[in-house]
Ligand binder design. Structure first.
Ligand code: ADP
Ligand code: MG
Length: 336
C-alpha cells in the first residue's frame, strides 16, 4: 500500500514554471509579476452532484481544472497557479493516474503550475483553487456593464445541458448528435485566450456555468442595468437547433449549465474590434442583445415581442444547472 506521500509524489508532483517553490513543503511560494493583481477562485466538484460516481477520471481531471480556468477567463486573468484538494474513498492507482493525466494535460496547455493541495480519505470530492494575474485595475468585473453596451456570447450554448439530458434519458439524441454534444459536457474549453483579449475592451464579463439567463442576470444586477436579448440570435449547435420545438431543449439553451462560454458586454463602438478577436481566435462571438437603463431582462422574439421567461425568475431554470442528477426541467412559464 503506497503512502500518501508516495501518491502525491507520483501523481501530483511536476516541475513548476511560474512558482518559486511547488509541491513538497509546508506551503508553496509564488512571486506575482509586479504591476499585476492576483485573481483567486475556487470550484468544488462533488461526486453525485456535479458528476457521476463512475465518471471517466481523465475527463474529471480535465474538467476540475477547466471550470476553474473558466473563472480566470471571465476575469480576463492569465492563469498561473493551482492547488488541488482531493478526498478519495480509497486508493485506486489507476483512477489517480488517469485523473492526473487529464489534470496535467490541460494545466500544461494553459501554463498552470500545480503548487500544492491536500489529500485525504473521504467521499469523492475534488476541490481546485486557481490563481491568475491581471494588470492592476484591468480585471473584467460583473459590475461594469453600461447602457448601450452590446451583449456578446462566445461559442454556442446549450450543448452541455443537452448532453446531460441525453445521458439522463430526458432527450433522445441520435448517436452523431450525442457525439457532437458530449464533449461540451465532459471536456469544456475554458475561454482563457478570449478573456485576456477582452481586457481593456469589454466593460463586463461572466462565464456561463449556470445558464445564460441566470449568469447574464448576475451582470445586470451587479451593474444596475437592464437588457434586451434577441432569442433568434442565440448561437446554438445544429443538434440543439433541430430540437428547438422541444421544451427541454429550449431550457438547455437559456438555462442549461456547464457551457463555460463567456458572456460579456462591450461598447457598440467596439463592435469591429470584437469581430477581429473572433477572427483571430477562430472562435464564434455573437452579439445577442443590448444593455439598457433600468432593471430586468427581456427576451424578445423575431418580431420584437417579449417572450415569457418564467414567473419564478431565473432560479426556476438554474435548478437544472451543474447537477449530475437534476430534476426534470419544468416548462417555460406561460406555456405549460
Ligand atoms: P501538510 O501536512 O503540511 O499539510 P501534506 O502532507 O498535506 O502537508 O502535503 C505535503 C505536500 O504535498 C504539500 O506541499 C501539499 O501542498 C502537497 N499536496 C498534498 N496533496 C496534494 C495534491 N492532491 N495535489 C498537489 N499537491 C498536494
Ligand atoms: Mg495537508
Amino acid at each position: 500500500m503506497p503512502s500518501e506521500f508516495d501518491l502525491i509524489r507520483r501523481f501530483f508532483t511536476r516541475p513548476v514554471r511560474h512558482a518559486v517553490l511547488g509541491v513538497g513543503d509546508d506551503a508553496a511560494l509564488i512571486r506575482p509579476t509586479p504591476g499585476t493583481e492576483l485573481a483567486v477562485s475556487t470550484d468544488m466538484l462533488v461526486a453525485g452532484r456535479h458528476f457521476f460516481h463512475d465518471a471517466d477520471p481523465c475527463l474529471l481531471g480535465h474538467k476540475a481544472l477547466a471550470v476553474n480556468l473558466s473563472d480566470m477567463a471571465a476575469m480576463g486573468a492569465a492563469p498561473r497557479w493551482a492547488t488541488l484538494s482531493l478526498a478519495l474513498p480509497e486508493v485506486d492507482e489507476d483512477w489517480l493516474r488517469a485523473f492526473s493525466l487529464g489534470f496535467f494535460d490541460i494545466a500544461r496547455r494553459y501554463g498552470v503550475d500545480l503548487i500544492g493541495g491536500d489529500t485525504t480519505r473521504g467521499p469523492l470530492n475534488i476541490c481546485v483553487q486557481i490563481m491568475g494575474e491581471v494588470s492592476a485595475g484591468q480585471a473584467l468585473r460583473r459590475s461594469g456593464a453600461r447602457p448601450g453596451d452590446e451583449i456578446w456570447v462566445s461559442g454556442h450554448l446549450g450543448d452541455a445541458a443537452l448532453a446531460l439530458a441525453h445521458l439522463q434519458r430526458r432527450i433522445a439524441l441520435s448517436p452523431p448528435e450525442a457525439a457532437s454534444c458530449l464533449p461540451a459536457l465532459h471536456a469544456p474549453h475554458p475561454r482563457v485566450t478570449l478573456g485576456e483579449a477582452l481586457v481593456g475592451l469589454a466593460h463586463s464579463a461572466i462565464d456561463i456555468s449556470d445558464g445564460l439567463l441566470a449568469d447574464l442576470s448576475h451582470i445586470l444586477d451587479a451593474s444596475g442595468v437592464a437588457a434586451d436579448l434577441a432569442y433568434p440570435a442565440l448561437p446554438m449547435s445544429a443538434a440543439l437547433r433541430a430540437r428547438l420545438d422541444d421544451e427541454a431543449a429550449r431550457s438547455c439553451l437559456l438555462a442549461g449549465g456547464d457551457d463555460y462560454e463567456l458572456c460579456f458586454t462591450a461598447p457598440a463602438s467596439r463592435h469591429e474590434q470584437v469581430r477581429d478577436i473572433s477572427r483571430r481566435l477562430d472562435l464564434p462571438l455573437t452579439p445577442i442583445g443590448i444593455v439598457r437603463e433600468g432593471a430586468g431582462l427581456r427576451l424578445l422574439d423575431g418580431n420584437g415581442r417579449e417572450m415569457p421567461i418564467g414567473a419564478r425568475g431565473f432560479d426556476h431554470f438554474s435548478e437544472n444547472g451543474r447537477e449530475a442528477t437534476p430534476r426534470p426541467p419544468r416548462p417555460l412559464a406561460g406555456e405549460g
